[in-house]
Design a protein around this ligand. Structure first.
Ligand code: SF4
Length: 315
């Protein structure tokens, strides 16, 4: 039995399109322990959101295995699946589009409690909702207001309260702060961290912005065109990035650690199409170090020590 809360093995998610097969997620593996955060970072279209959705079975994986508490999610019976749906939740990027505009704050937060018939009486449910509002920092005077009356930060707090309602063990946070102002981003990140410390929740934190996950993640995995190209403990990845793509992403942000020496690699060109990809290093078209070897085969993700994994023929 797996000792990890979440274990993802060789997960693939392909889509058939008119132009061929879109390899959104192409054979990725990682683990996540209770109370920890894995930051999943990459540009738009790299497959990170599809990874989160495939883990939660919001989209059916093409192949691979997702073990939650040691159990294969694909083989769960309906009762186990019911519990799994409570334990694994999601916070979305755009809270506004994920909230029914005709429901009040209290009604929106009560929805998951109703779906899962958690309470026998309306009074119990109302008390639970008000506790959840307090937990995520929503004032009680907002109980009967509608989402359009709130700013983005408060709307995201509704999304967090809904995700917390069923006492989950694991939450996929899909770009939860990218639609928010920078000052509000910090508040929401602090709230998520506090909730993790209090309730021991594990996060898969999906973002296009490495700077957001720097102090938030225990480990960081960098994705490029459906594959993980580098994975390491967060500090190690920031202080000693190895893959040219990770270095390029880091080049774009100010590094707070004055001792860190990061090679500057400007990221040129657009991410290539994920349809009918060749069996090569998918970063080769943008990589200043690409050789014939890079175009001849997909580099394996290899542990270079200190749990620092890199997929690059240079190493
Ligand atoms: Fe660049 Fe080659 Fe490494 Fe890919 S395998 S990142 S193309 S050096």
């Amino acid at each position: 039995m797996s000792e990890h809360l979440l274990e993802v093995n060789h997960l693939k998610k392909y889509f058939k399109t008119n132009k061929g097969t879109l390899q959104a997620v192409d054979d990725i593996s990682f683990t996540l322990d209770a109370g920890k955060t894995l930051g999943l970072v990459g540009e738009s279209g790299c497959g990170k959101s599809t990874t989160g959705r495939a883990i939660l079975r919001l989209t059916e994986p093409t192949s691979g295995e997702v073990l939650f508490n040691g159990k294969d999610v694909a083989k769960m019976k309906s009762r186990e699946m019911h519990q799994m749906r409570m334990d694994m939740q999601m916070i979305f990027q755009d809270p506004f589009s994920s909230l029914n505009p005709r429901k009040t704050v209290a009604e929106l937060i009560a929805e998951p409690l109703k779906w899962y018939k958690i309470h026998k009486s309306k009074a119990e449910q109302a008390s639970h909702v008000s506790k959840l509002m307090e937990t995520v920092g929503l004032a009680s005077r907002l109980t009967n207001v509608y989402p359009h009356e709130l700013d983005g930060g408060r709307r995201q707090r509704i999304g967090i309260a809904r995700a917390l309602a069923l006492d989950p063990k694991f939450i996929v946070c899909d770009e939860p702060v990218s639609a928010l102002d920078v000052s509000i981003q910090a508040q929401v990140l602090n709230l998520l961290k506090e909730l993790q410390n209090e309730f021991g929740i594990a996060y898969l934190f999906i973002t296009h912005d490495l700077s957001v996950v720097n102090h938030f993640s225990d480990d960081i995995a960098v994705m490029y065109l459906g594959q993980i190209v580098e994975k390491a403990p967060a500090k190690e990845l920031f202080n000693n990035p190895v893959h040219p793509y990770t270095k390029a992403l880091l080049s774009a942000i100010p590094i707070p650690d004055v001792d860190a020496v990061v090679e500057q690699i400007p990221l040129k060109g657009e991410i290539s199409s994920p349809i009918n990809m060749k069996p090569d290093c998918h970063f080769a078209a943008r990589c200043p170090y690409a050789t014939e070897e890079c175009r001849a085969g997909v580099p394996d993700l290899v542990n270079r020590g200190n749990e620092h994994f890199v997929a690059c023929h240079l190493f």
